[in-house]
Design a protein around this ligand. Structure first.
Ligand SMILES: [Zn+2]
Ligand SMILES: [Zn+2]
Length: 314
């Protein structure tokens, strides 16, 4: 909380008591680094070209005192030059804003009711893209042949609108975290399920090497697209595999362990001999895509990371 008998900040205003009236200045926090949109940033040119004018306009609206206003406009110019705006663009923007009388700037503007009829034509922004709205307009007569579309085309103003393409920040960061939600592996509980008795339940797996991994999703016998670990109940050696359907994969393991004629992997040999025909299955990593190549790459990654002794191939 701030208290003063002389001046106070309020939103972006700094309100100053001067005798028996008040005057206003621009207010920004001490920590404000004034990092306005960089002029080299991939945004529609008109958006960037309007920024100096709009910011100058805000200063002219807020500050009635001409000396103070000049000072703030000069500061604005410094901030914008640092963000790579061309000097003449800044100067023109400032001059345009200065021309408007403060009484005009401070008028409440009435919302244009006609604006409600605007239909945005949305395209993901890319500076190399041709403006396709003009081309699309040539084909509007086709839309007019439909009764539903006729009204949209005729009674509304189609306006160009750009959607920002995903930037690195958007691709690499997330706004919310789910740190506290624990994920579990459970038996499905279906009495006819042949997989339940093989499933090991829990929120994490401890490999023979001692390394621990938490599961990344809630999984059960019926889960799909995942990486799992099969463990020998006698010696605790691990096998890591991938599957698109866990219960079908477990069925194959069971057959191989039970029937020597289809047993062709060191892993099923081990489960038959050392494990006495038994093994435990723990699915631990759910894939975010159904792509088999990605799944196999993920399997390879876990095999390298946890180094299980039982392998599919000799
Ligand atoms: Zn089950
Ligand atoms: Zn064993």
């Amino acid at each position: 909380m701030e208290a003063s008998t002389k001046n106070l900040p309020f939103l972006d205003l700094f309100i100053i008591k001067e005798g028996n009236h008040i005057t206003t200045d621009l207010y920004s926090k001490e920590t404000d680094t004034h990092q306005y949109l960089d002029f080299r940033s991939c945004h529609p040119s008109h958006t960037k070209r309007n920024i100096p004018y709009n910011m100058a306009r805000r200063i002219c609206t807020i500050i009635p005192n001409s000396t103070l206003r000049k000072k703030r406009l000069e500061e604005l110019k410094i901030h914008l030059i640092r963000q790579h705006y061309p000097e003449n663009l800044i100067d023109t923007g400032i001059q345009q804003a200065e021309k408007i009388p403060i009484s005009e700037l401070r008028k409440t503007c009435q919302k244009d009711t006609k604006q409600n009829n605007n239909v945005p034509f949305v395209v993901t922004h890319n500076p190399r893209n041709h403006n396709i709205l003009n081309t699309a307009k040539r084909f509007f007569p086709i839309l007019e042949q439909s009764n539903n579309m006729k009204n949209v085309v005729n009674s509304s103003q189609i306006i160009n609108s750009r959607r920002q393409a995903p930037c690195l920040k958007k691709l690499l960061t997330r706004a919310n975290f789910s740190l506290n939600k624990v994920k579990y592996v459970k038996k499905c509980g279906d009495p006819r399920c042949g997989t339940c008795e093989y499933i090991e339940e829990g929120d994490s797996i401890t490999f023979k090497s001692g390394k621990i991994l938490k599961v990344n999703a809630n999984l059960n016998c019926k889960s799909e697209n995942l990486i799992y670990c099969a463990t020998c109940p006698t010696c605790g050696e691990n096998y890591i595999g991938q599957t698109n359907k866990l219960n079908a994969r477990v069925r194959v393991h069971k057959q191989q362990v039970k029937d020597p004629s289809v047993r062709n992997t060191p892993c099923s040999e081990h489960f038959a001999e050392c494990g006495g025909g038994k093994f435990k299955v723990f699915p631990f990593f759910k894939m975010w895509t159904e792509n088999e190549i990605t799944r196999k790459a993920q399997e390879d990654y876990f095999i390298k990371l946890f180094n299980p002794s039982l392998l599919n191939r000799k």
